[in-house]
Design a protein around this ligand. Structure first.
Ligand SMILES: [Zn+2]
Length: 555
């Protein structure tokens, strides 16, 4: 049953009604496609104003104001009574992996597994469900959640799945366990050299199946490539999941040319409604191709940035730190490219119109990237180069975000997922300089908020809750984690709408409910500005609209 339905006039009578009304009033009313009334509309404009109604024409907002005023001025082909519910600009995830997420819908979901035995059980279930699959892939395990906190080894995988390649990624994607079949396919032996990563070996020097960071790229030549036809149903299923949580725009944090082509064609066929800011994976071939081609900026697709990796993740101790890990005093993590390579790439991109969006987690990686950015962008204003994650920042480096105009692109749920063990990795002092969103906001004046899904849940309201309450789904900890870095609710809403758009040079087109902007909006049953913290994650999206078209409704 629909919770609320559009104006109940059959379409055919609408023009007649408009005529009848016209006869009764002096002024001629302008025809519009849609009038939404009886709502609490958070416009997220520059004054964070509220309104009651708005009008849409040609896929864009044309007026925002009171219902009586708009009804007097406009004759709408369709009217929606929002029944007093709450409307926001469509949510924008500023950093996610939509394509991976979509492909992952056919993979074994290992998030939340409580033991290695449970991982094995889920893999067996997946095998039964997809007997034709050429590979067995799982994702999302986290040994920090298990009774034994050591990395698992491949022995059971070899026993149960001797003949098919098995790959199971850790929750952060920076570490994975593979079976012998896959090691053989990839030609990985105990003697394979590796830099910027780890190939796990036991005390006897035998392979354990663990591959960390660059070691995982040894698999890229053997990984199964799927066709657009195979990918499409999964992408469309993923889109439904996104629309159901109010997402209308996504920044894809690193795609190949072929993947971008699939998304582009689905958008052009009218099947993919989501607007995509596709960051291009910065392989030498991709960089050469897109620098020559130049940026793309349409209402549906933005291609104007390169996604670069500076280091790994904190959970697998791949994040590059200035001082050693508190829980592994001989390790400081590593850069996944050399400083020289990163500097050369920055110089190359700085001479173009593209943004450079670099994954940097550790304080050393962040310092190196900030300095490289500052040097490459010298004299250039408002290039909006981004640091993705900006997770651990030495206080002395903080002001560089403001000084060099670097956009912090952060994922608030990382703070509340990692808080259980981040202190062990970083130590009591240094953890205070991590997930410092309020401080980053102060430095740059804006924050782009994302989820990094499928690393975290796709629901942007989880991020909203984490950002403002600094608590996880269990409302833990009481009082919030490092609350000095919580941000206000209006700022969290800006971060997932207009500031996310700004981070892709799209703020003049979307992210606000304002005349001239693309009519992307969501209807919720909850006032995100006043609801108690513990109600935020459960807020329900009732309708999702993109370009003035309803693309999703809660049944
Ligand atoms: Zn990511």
């Amino acid at each position: 049953m629909a919770l609320f339905s559009p104006f109940l006039l059959p379409k055919i009578t609408a023009p007649l009604l408009a005529l009848a009304l016209l006869a009764g009033c002096q002024a001629r009313r302008e025809a519009v496609d849609l009038l939404v009334t009886n709502a609490t509309v958070y416009t997220v404009d520059s004054t964070f104003s509220k309104a009651e109604a708005f009008a849409v024409k040609g896929g864009k907002f044309v007026a925002v104001g009171s219902a009586s005023d708009l009804k007097a001025r406009y004759a709408a082909a369709k009217e929606v009574d929002a029944k007093g519910q709450f409307i926001y600009p469509g949510f924008y995830d500023a950093h996610c992996h939509f394509y991976h997420y979509a492909m992952g819908l056919a993979e074994a979901d290992l998030v939340g597994t409580k033991s290695w035995a449970q991982v094995i059980q889920k893999l067996q279930e997946n095998r039964r469900k997809y007997p034709k699959a050429r590979w067995l892939i799982g994702r999302g395990w986290d040994q920090n959640d298990w009774p034994t906190k050591q990395f698992p080894t491949k022995d059971t995988l070899d026993l149960l799945f001797p003949d098919m390649p098995v790959y199971i990624a850790r929750v952060d994607g920076h570490a994975g366990i593979v079976n012998q079949k896959l090691l053989d396919l990839a030609g990985i032996t105990a003697r394979t050299p590796i830099s910027g990563g780890v190939i796990g070996r036991d005390a006897q020097g035998r392979l354990t199946g663990l591959l960390v960071d660059n070691a995982q790229s040894l698999l890229s030549n053997v990984s199964p490539s799927t066709t657009a036809a195979e990918d499409t149903p999964l992408l469309l299923q993923a889109q439904q999941n996104c629309l159901a949580v109010g997402l209308t725009s996504l920044a894809e944090a690193g795609l190949q040319r072929t993947d971008i082509a699939v998304l582009d064609s689905l958008q052009k066929q009218g099947q993919l409604h989501l607007r995509i800011n596709a960051m291009v994976s910065a392989s030498p071939a991709n960089v050469a191709y897109y620098l020559k081609k130049g940026p793309v900026q349409t209402d549906q697709l933005t291609i104007a940035s390169f996604k670069v990796y500076a280091d790994g993740a904190l959970g697998s101790r791949g994040a590059c730190l200035v001082k050693p890990y508190a829980d592994k005093p001989k390790e400081t993590g590593f850069l996944t490219s050399t400083e020289k390579q990163l500097r050369a790439l920055a110089k190359q991109i700085a001479a173009s119109k593209f943004q450079m969006n670099t994954h940097a987690i550790g304080d050393s990686a962040n310092r190196i990237i900030l300095n490289i950015y500052g040097e490459a962008l010298k004299g250039q204003k408002d290039r909006r180069w981004r640091i993705e994650h900006a997770q651990v920042i030495t206080p002395a480096d903080m002001p560089k975000f403001g000084q060099f105009g670097i956009v912090p692109s952060v994922q608030p749920t990382h703070a509340t997922s990692d808080m259980y063990w981040a202190g062990e990795r970083l130590g009591a002092q240094r953890v205070k300089t991590a997930y410092a969103y309020a401080e980053l906001l102060k430095q740059y004046g804006q924050l782009a908020l994302g989820s990094d899904f499928p690393v975290e849940d796709i629901n942007p309201l989880f991020g909203f809750h984490s950002a403002v309450a600094r608590q996880d789904a269990k409302n833990f900890p009481k009082g919030g984690f490092q609350m000095e870095n919580a941000i206000s609710r209006p700022d969290a809403l800006r971060g997932m709408t207009t500031w996310a758009a700004h981070a892709g040079f799209e703020e003049k087109r979307k992210g606000q409910i304002k005349p001239g902007m693309l009519a992307d909006f969501v209807v919720l049953d909850t006032d995100l500005l006043t609801a108690p913290n513990e109600k935020l994650r459960g807020a329900q999206v009732l309708q999702t609209w993109i370009g003035g078209q309803q693309v999703w409704e809660k049944k």
